[in-house]
Structure formats: C-alpha cells, structure tokens
Design a protein around this ligand. Sequence first.
Ligand SMILES: NC(=O)c1ccc[n+]([C@@H]2O[C@H](COP(=O)([O-])OP(=O)(O)OC[C@H]3O[C@@H](n4cnc5c(N)ncnc54)[C@H](OP(=O)(O)O)[C@@H]3O)[C@@H](O)[C@H]2O)c1
Length: 312
Amino acid sequence: MTEPGTVLITGPTRNLGRHAVLAMAARPRARRPDLLLVGRAGRDLTAVADEARARGARVHEIGCDLSRLADVRAAATTARDLLAEGAVRPLRALVANAGTMSADTRVASSDGYELTFAVNHLAHAQLIGDLLGSFTAPARVVLLGSNTYHANVWRRLLGVPEAKWADPVELARPATGAEAPGMVASGVAYSNAKLAILYYAHELQRRADAGVGVSVFEPGWMPGTALGRGAPAAVRAISRALGQVPGVSTPRRSGPLLAAMALDDTWAHLRDGAFVVKTRLTEVRPAAHDRDRERRLWEATAELLARARMPR
Ligand SMILES: NC(=O)c1ccc[n+]([C@@H]2O[C@H](COP(=O)([O-])OP(=O)(O)OC[C@H]3O[C@@H](n4cnc5c(N)ncnc54)[C@H](OP(=O)(O)O)[C@@H]3O)[C@@H](O)[C@H]2O)c1
C-alpha cells in the first residue's frame, strides 16, 4: 500500500466534494491522507474542514474562487509552500472536483471567460499546471467528467444536452446579446467543458511525469445538487424528485467512490484519462479521443491562461 500522503481537492464545500472529503478523513490512520481543501473562503469551507479534523485528519483550508485565475495561482503557491515547509505530507493526489453550470452563458469569470468553461476547465488546468512539479510519485490526478459529453436522454430532459465542440478560444468566449441564451445553451456549455476535461486528461497524461496517473471520474447522475442551482424552479423541482428514485446516485454514495479514485490500490493503475463511472472502468465514445483537438486544447488553454496574467 502506498503511503497516502496529501490529497488536494477542489469544491469540498458541498455534495460530492464534501462527502469525498469526509470519506477520506474517516479512513483508518494508516490510510488517512492530509487534506488541502481548495474552496471559496467562508463558513462552508471552515465547516467541512472542521468536520474532517473531527474525524482525525490534518487539514488546511485554502480560500480560492476558481472563477478568478489570480486566486487559483495564489492557491497553488500556498499549496506548494505548505508542501515545501513539510506542514503536510507529500502530494499524492489532486482531485479537480469543483464544477458549475452557469445558467447564463453571457456571464464571464473575472478574467473575461465564459464562467462554466472557466471554472470547470481553465481553473483546474491552471492549478494542475502549477502543481505538476510538486507531486511525489506514485501520484494521481483525478478529474471530474460527465456522461453529458455525449447524447443522454435523461439529462437532455433536464436541459443538459450533449457537447457541440468548437475551438477552445470560442468555448471560452461569453455569449453576447440582450437576452439570456437559455438553459439549452447552458447545458451545451457544461457538456463542452466536460468533453474538454476528457481531451485535457488525455493530453495531460502525455505531458506529465511517468509517475503521475491521470484518470476521470463520473459519479453517476446526482439530481438535486447545487450544480443546477441557476436552473428554473420547475427543473430543480423535477430534479429533486428524481433524486428520490431508488438506485439514483447521491453525493453520499458517490463521495466515497471519488475518495477511492484518489487513494485505493484498486485504482492505482489508472492512466491516460481512464474513465470510471462510479465503480466501473468504461470506454469513452470514440469522439472523446481526438489527438488534434487535444493538442489544440492544450495550446489554447496555455494562451488563455497567459492572457489572464497580462495587466488589462
Ligand atoms: N451532479 C451530478 O449529477 C454530476 C454528474 C456528473 C458529474 N458531476 C460533477 O461532479 C462535480 C461535483 O458536482 P456536485 O453535483 O457536487 O456540484 P455542486 O453541488 O454544485 O458542488 C460544486 C462544488 O464546486 C464548488 N465551486 C463551484 N464554483 C466555484 C468557484 N467559482 N470557486 C470555488 N469553488 C466553486 C462549489 O463551491 P460553493 O459551495 O462555494 O458553491 C461546490 O463545492 C462537478 O465537477 C460536476 O460537474 C456531477
């Protein structure tokens, strides 16, 4: 068994991320990692940190709004400092869990990028890029995917259609116009960001050190989480109702599965953006493997992150 070291996780404040944190913190001492919790500073972050500490974990809160790349760069610096000082054990896993589905694709991040693409993809690309040299092998990067990257009848009913790929610079551009483009556009933006995560995972594996394995986790559909908080009330009501259907995933069920992706020997072999749906290693659709798109996404991401560092 590999010494569990430290796990950094984004989006620890609620639902899937919170349950993953609590599952990691509740492990027996020899299998319990130190935790770096990267989330928006405030009561929710402190609450989950305290809950994890109460279970025996060593925890550091790193306040960070992922819609501000300056915050993300500062969070990476804080994590690197804590690792360098020996305040936590060596970094063994980064779990890029935070996600959002902006209800209005005209909304921009503080760097001027479409919010869903900015939080789900760009912020994590910045964080992972800044920490890639700080891992101790064997290490894991676990990204959060979603089956919405391809056609999916249930999710389409809830306004989460499949991806419609475009050049990443286009995907990063907020919509314009006086009228909100609507929930279908929000769903497409979400699915595009999740397809970007698959492409990015494949390219990241080609560029990372051999000791870092990159995988993608799909927690199963968890209706009623805060992901759809911007959706119309009727859609949220249907979503909550569907959450009661037996067998549907919940953060309480899928959180420990995400923790296992970061820590369990069962998943130690995962590489190349291997896609795990709950507990099942799954082949992604052929369209989710595309060398040209993957290389272009890598380059465009670097351009977009560099542009955000320039004074405006
Ligand atoms: N729900 C599903 O059915 C489903 C299915 C497949 C994949 N997923 C993926 O699973 C992951 C977790 O989903 P969930 O359902 O647990 O979502 P959730 O309830 O909306 O929680 C999302 C987490 O991300 C954080 N976050 C969002 N925007 C942020 C920002 N700008 N800065 C910092 N943190 C931010 C939230 O923090 P705050 O508490 O500060 O808002 C929260 O901790 C996401 O990547 C999602 O795409 C979900």
